[in-house]
Design a protein around this ligand. Structure first.
Ligand SMILES: NC(=O)c1ccc[n+]([C@@H]2O[C@H](COP(=O)([O-])OP(=O)(O)OC[C@H]3O[C@@H](n4cnc5c(N)ncnc54)[C@H](OP(=O)(O)O)[C@@H]3O)[C@@H](O)[C@H]2O)c1
Length: 280
């Protein structure tokens, strides 16, 4: 589609390529719903798709990517290894299986989905680095690492290009951003619309009225304007996909940013009990 706003990209470190700042989240879609959603998004102009082995939808996404006939280098596909596969051989096998389901010979970004208390951090990051060296992933990174663990991971010198965490107008990630920004590491915001909760927030509603947009578009624009930050809203249907894409063209002003900064920032929506202390 030529009339859609273009999606800005950000550079990943180490010549690992450029990641579109806006991607399509795909959890918890599966089967025909997932395939239709990805096909619709690609037709609208999305080029960044987020999945994981745990989502059980990589084969549906692989079918949608193949049907699009888009050139491989136009696409940015992220997938993730589940926390019960965090041994060197487990990571390798999980990555190869994901690529098979996605019908790809490499992922653009391969992430450790959640840390595991049982993992050997150096061994895990070494195995991730080997995926990059061997061409199975253009870039590697981690997800759901609290600040202390991320600091240790970055300190190993592993080629971490991106950190994916919950981040939205109601949850601060200043401590993680203070680690990622100086290192040139990207931060991808998951649950970036706070699962649609912004629609009911008075401050976001007020900003939205001022700009003739929706509160969810305001919440996304606030993320997309931040240095080094990408966002992967999930939207099953074309209307919300289009609205989220159009958020990339919304320019907030200082008054808007001050109102969003003043929102309470402690609302964590995704916490399956794998990380025992988010502040550690
Ligand atoms: N790394 C991790 O551990 C992790 C954890 C959670 C999520 N993720 C990734 O992040 C993605 C997004 O996170 P999420 O799904 O938790 O939260 P989200 O994207 O903030 O919220 C998705 C919800 O918001 C609705 N929505 C989307 N666009 C909207 C719009 N413009 N207006 C109103 N409502 C809208 C969607 O409805 P419709 O579908 O009906 O449009 C859906 O119910 C996931 O799909 C997954 O790929 C990663």
């Amino acid at each position: 589609m030529t009339d859609m706003p273009s999606i800005p990209t950000l550079s990943l470190p180490g010549g690992s390529g450029r990641m579109p700042k806006l991607g399509l989240g795909t959890w918890p879609m599966r089967g025909a719903e997932c395939r239709r959603a990805v096909e619709a998004a690609l037709a609208l102009g999305y080029r960044h798709i987020d999945t994981a082995e745990m989502y059980g939808n990589e084969a549906d996404i692989g079918a949608a990517l193949a049907a699009s006939a888009l050139p491989r280098d136009a696409l940015f596909v992220t997938t993730k290894v589940w926390h019960d596969h965090l041994t060197p051989s487990g990571i390798r096998a999980a990555c190869e299986a994901s690529l098979g389901r996605l019908r790809l010979d490499h992922a653009d970004l391969y992430l450790v989905h959640w840390p595991s208390p049982a993992m050997d951090l150096d061994a895990v990051l070494g195995a991730m680095a080997r995926l990059k060296e061997d061409g199975l992933a253009r870039a590697v990174g981690v997800s759901n690492f609290p600040p202390g663990l991320l600091r240790r991971a970055l300190g190993t010198g592993a080629p971490i290009a991106c950190v994916q965490v919950e981040y939205h107008a109601f949850l601060s990630q200043e401590r993680l951003l203070a680690l990622t920004r100086p290192a040139g590491v990207a931060l991808t915001a998951y649950s970036p619309t706070a699962k649609g909760a912004g629609e009911k927030d008075a401050a976001l509603q007020g900003i939205a009225r001022k700009h003739g947009r929706t509160p969810t578009q305001v919440a996304l624009a606030w993320l997309l304007e931040q240095d080094g930050v990408a966002a992967i809203p999930k939207a099953a249907g074309e209307a919300n996909q289009r609205a989220n894409l159009e958020a990339a063209s919304l320019r907030l002003d200082a008054e808007d940013r001050a109102a969003i900064a003043a929102l309470p920032k402690g609302r964590r929506l995704v916490d399956p009990g794998i990380v025992s202390d988010w502040d550690a």
